[in-house]
Design a protein around this ligand. Structure first.
Ligand code: FAD
Length: 573
């Protein structure tokens, strides 16, 4: 049965070709490892390419008072102190070097008048900190990393989806995958694997995420025995497009507010005065998203159920220069000229703060040889991510993951592949072709998105979350029976059947964790527990897969050393 697959071997296999995966690949290569990078879409199409606003790094080019301590403090404050303090420290300390390195490799940032990298304001950051290229920063980042990677000799497996991790006596041994175009199978043997698969937004109906973000890496890691952490913290970005319906959810970058955009309700009130009079539109994302949601719920929303975001008081040429993508996006998709009038915006599921639990120094998960970085990993952002802190996360922890993965590969003997695991992975992947009946993966996906949107959204209650868990059980049973027609040649229904499995795993993890956390903190808002609970500030939610079942437990947040506590105390003063 399993003779029909090709086999490839690498010291380090990286799953995902976004910023985290490519940065990890470059570092592992620099250590002399043979590196393979697998990605679901074409190289250069990862989510990172969509990033708009910028990379947060305390370079102090615009505000000379900025430094790593302030960045650390802002990140911890934004995350409501649930962040892994060591990750927040390393991130703040190393981000400027990672940006400078990117520049040395050819990235062209917008400049200050004296030629330094220009930095802009963003929500929750005390100083102007986001290094940017107009509103196309992710494109420049991916272009730079990709060019260097190809030049340095990474092997790339494009349009190839990993569906199962293979293990050998508890450590990672390889991965099972298929080519999306032909449906043929491929087995990778590797001493180290880095999960860099990005987020999970496609489990919600309204999302800024593209088709690729189905939580595969988190599901793969969980099934291989790794721990997932703080899965309840899903970020709803305050400003997605709300009209016309076909473009609902597409991101309206925070750079619009960073450049001076003002939010108003339908009666013209600048409503952020009510919710965060000090920071106004540049409050953290969780606060702005809840504010817009509340305005709409209380009847002050716009015609299509959002808020107005206006940047038209700035000179038209400035808007077109600083926000070219937004200008074209609204002109082409909504027939709105943002230099002349306001945009209509509303919350959209955007980013996953939770993910694979990793060690701060090495990015290694709880499974030996399995690493995770970028959006697929948990810890840095705590309960809420500040804008711009993802792109810097990818560079800082992508590099660390690549370094540690290469080091691990040097130290261990080659693993053995287990045929039984490969056969099982093949059986599971091909099951939709032999399932009979009329259940369609598309129908299950649509219903899953409704459950997550309506019951596990911005505001949550015990009743809704319990109902969601029951609904997810039914959806799992339906997904297991879903059948597909046609051949294995580029068959989107079949691809979705696998993605569904990942989305159901992460959705259950999110819901279980959200039900357990009986408080409101950062992006997790419980109507029945509206306040933060100091007891929960000290606990991370952990999800593990044991005996075919998902289990939850709690783990104490590591104690912060006194010098870092002092940095946070200075802020309170
Ligand atoms: C519209 C938008 C704008 C944003 N703007 C900003 C910003 O300005 N600043 C900021 O800091 N953050 C921003 N973000 C967030 C940031 O872009 C993402 O968090 C980040 O790019 C994620 O990078 P990553 O490397 O972790 O994964 P991604 O870039 O998401 O890449 C994931 C990779 O994994 C691959 N993959 C997934 N599953 C599999 C599988 N099963 N098998 C093989 N390959 C797989 C994919 O094909 C892809 O190559 C934005 C996000 C969006 C959606």
């Amino acid at each position: 049965m399993t003779a029909n697959y090709e086999t490839r071997e690498h010291d380090v296999l990286i799953i995902g070709a976004g910023g985290a995966g490519l940065r990890a690949a470059l570092e592992a290569l620099a250590q002399g490892a043979s590196v393979g990078v697998v990605c679901k879409s074409l190289l250069g199409k990862a989510h990172t390419v969509m990033a708009e606003g910028g990379i947060a790094a305390a370079m102090a080019n615009v505000d000379p008072a900025d430094n790593w301590k302030t960045h650390f403090r802002d990140t911890m404050r934004g995350g409501k102190f649930l962040n892994n303090w060591r990750m927040a420290q390393l991130h703040a300390q190393e981000a400027p070097d990672r940006v400078r390195e990117l520049e040395q490799w050819g990235a062209l940032f917008d400049r200050t008048e004296d030629g330094a990298i220009l930095q802009r304001a963003f929500g929750g950051h005390t100083f102007k900190r986001l290094c940017h290229v107009g509103d196309r920063t992710g494109l420049e980042m991916i272009r730079t990393l990709q060019d260097r990677g190809v030049h340095q000799g990474i092997d790339v497996y494009m349009e190839c989806t990993v569906t199962r991790l293979l293990t050998d006596g508890g450590r990672v041994a390889g991965a099972f995958a298929y080519w999306r175009e032909t449906g043929r199978l491929i087995v990778f043997k590797a001493k180290s694997i880095v999960i860099a698969t990005g987020g999970i937004g496609k489990a919600w109906r309204v999302t800024s995420n593209s088709w690729e973000y189905t939580g595969d890496g988190m599901a793969l890691a969980c099934e291989a025995g790794a721990e997932l952490m703080d899965m309840e913290f899903v970020q709803f970005h305050p400003t997605g497009m709300v009209w016309p319906p076909g473009v609902q959810g597409i991101l309206v970058t925070e750079a619009v507010r960073g450049e001076g955009g003002i939010l108003r309700n339908k009666v013209g009130e600048r409503f952020m005065e009510r919710y965060d009079p000090k920071r106004m539109e540049l409050s953290t994302r969780d606060v702005v998203a809840r504010s817009i949601y509340t305005e709409v719920k209380e009847g002050r929303g716009t015609e299509h159920g959002g808020a107005y975001l206006d940047i038209s008081h700035k000179p038209a040429e400035y808007v077109k220069k600083k926000l070219p993508s937004m200008y074209h996006q609204f002109k082409e998709l909504a027939d709105v000229d943002i230099t002349k009038g306001p945009m209509e915006v509303g919350p959209t599921c955007h980013y996953m703060m939770g993910g694979v639990r990793v060690d701060a120094e090495t990015a290694q998960s709880t499974v030996p040889g399995l690493f995770a970085a970028g959006e697929a990993a948990a810890g840095l952002h705590g309960s809420n991510r500040l804008g711009g802190n993802s792109l810097s996360d990818l560079l800082v922890f992508g590099r660390r993951a690549g370094l540690a993965a290469a080091d691990h590969a040097k130290r261990v003997a080659a693993p053995s592949l287990d045929n039984a695991q490969i056969e099982q992975a093949e059986k599971e992947l091909l099951a939709p072709f032999s399932n009979t009946g009329t259940e369609s993966p598309y129908a299950v996906h649509r219903d899953l998105q409704e459950v997550m949107q309506n019951l596990v959204g911005i505001y949550r209650t015990q009743e809704d979350l319990k109902k969601a868990l029951l609904d997810l059980e039914k959806l799992k049973a339906r997904a297991a029976k879903a059948s597909v027609e046609g051949s294995r040649l580029f068959n989107p229904g079949w691809h979705l059947s696998y993605d569904l499995k990942s989305m159901l795993i992460v959705s259950e993890a999110v819901t279980l964790s959200a039900l357990a956390r009986t408080e409101s903190r950062g992006a997790h808002s419980r109507i029945d527990y509206p306040n933060a609970d100091p007891v929960w500030e000290k606990k991370n939610n952990i999800i593990v897969h044991e005996g075919g079942e998902m289990k939850r437990r709690e783990s104490p947040v590591p104690e912060m050393p006194p010098d870092l506590k002092q940095i946070l105390a200075e802020d309170k003063a």
